[in-house]
Design a protein around this ligand. Sequence first.
Ligand code: BGC
Length: 469
Amino acid sequence: MSTLSHPPAAPALGAAHTRFHIILTCIIAALAGLLFGLDIGVISGALPFIAHHFGIGDQMQEWVVSAMMVGAAFGALGSGWMAKRIGRKYSLMIGAFLFVLASAGCAFAWSPAALIVGRICLGLAVGVASFTAPLYLSEVAPQSMRGAMISLHQLMVTVGILAAFLSNTAFSGSGNWRWMLGVIAFPAAVLLFSLLLVPASPRWLMSKGREDQARKVLEKLRSDSGAIETELREIKQQLQVKQEGWGLFRHNPNFRRSVWLGMLLQVMQQLTGINVVMYYAPRIFGLAGYGSPHDQLWGTVIVGAVNVTATFIAIGLVDRWGRKPILYLGFTVMALGMGILGGLLQMGITTAVQQMAAVAMLLIFITGFAMSAGPMIWILCAEIQPIKGRDFGIAVSTFTNWVANTVAGATFLTLLNTLGHAQTFWLYALLNATFLGFTLWFVPETKQVSLEQIERNLMAGKRLRELGH
Ligand code: BGC
């Protein structure tokens, strides 16, 4: 093969080789989503054993659960700054390193306070991963794969949750919560070392003026040399728009609206009650009449499997139905699932049929979430921010996701004890029903609309729900 010396050299790599590179890179980055999921899933199985070991009550248990979310909120906020300074790849590596340390730290915790500190550190890692991985994926994937990559990330989150539920079940015989928490250090170490293989984000390299390196990266990830030059040109053009984050937020009321919408979307996602189920599933199975830890843990595995499976419904429908119809259907299904579950708890669950009906409602709720708000909210949050305030807007919405997650995690047991069992689930049913209205009034339909069009509409002062018109 001849070697050309002038700059826009055609890549010597074949299409199959390029494809291999891009898929490998995306899979490695999406592993960060897997860890996010593992850490969400692990606590529900470990919590009863932790509570027994340290003899702690409901309030302390809520703290153990929520400490990670508090860390994640700050991790997400800080990673906006870190990803800009040291780049996406090294931010992810720092996140992975923290995952290893904090997972081991939690496994060796000698007191509830030590465990809480360990979980805050774990949260920092989760926060970094949940902001940086989708950002990196969207920057290395070819344009035609961008939407799929955000969905792949959510899919990995659900696979991580399922894997944690399975590992919880495996360790439950011995009640060994230390292994449940500690085992996550191994996939984290795999992530850390595999990240050595991935390239830096070409967009970040360009933002640092390292065009030659960016071209080299793209030569590995794109098969068409013409497309590489076009992409480099486009990145250059985009970079002329200076990211103004906070300044733009202070001075531009239209940008404030999109930041507000991103926050609202994430509050809606979390207040569906999804993580109440993820963190306290065994407890909910207990309320539904399944007393043995064995049944409860297998119940959570089924919840995890349904969560993964229903995510495929969203992936298949999102570009055909659009975001809003899917959200309408999802919130309706979730409101019904939570409402009927509350009704069953109110009547008293005594027969086997009632027990099965309660589990069915829980699974219907999970299906409603996974096929709608799970992936859809992350997609919308990435789509609505103008380029000038993109990093800032997404960092704020990710931060909000974790704050709302903390509130839900930190209040569930208290709600059960104060409002009552049925009433707690009715409250969530009511919230889901309210979100139908919010979707109608505030959420834009962004299907097949270019990001530039959304931005033009936002800056022209169009209503939020009309941003996609
Ligand atoms: C949410 C997480 C949730 C997960 C469940 C994600 O989209 O942000 O909070 O635990 O979905 O699959």
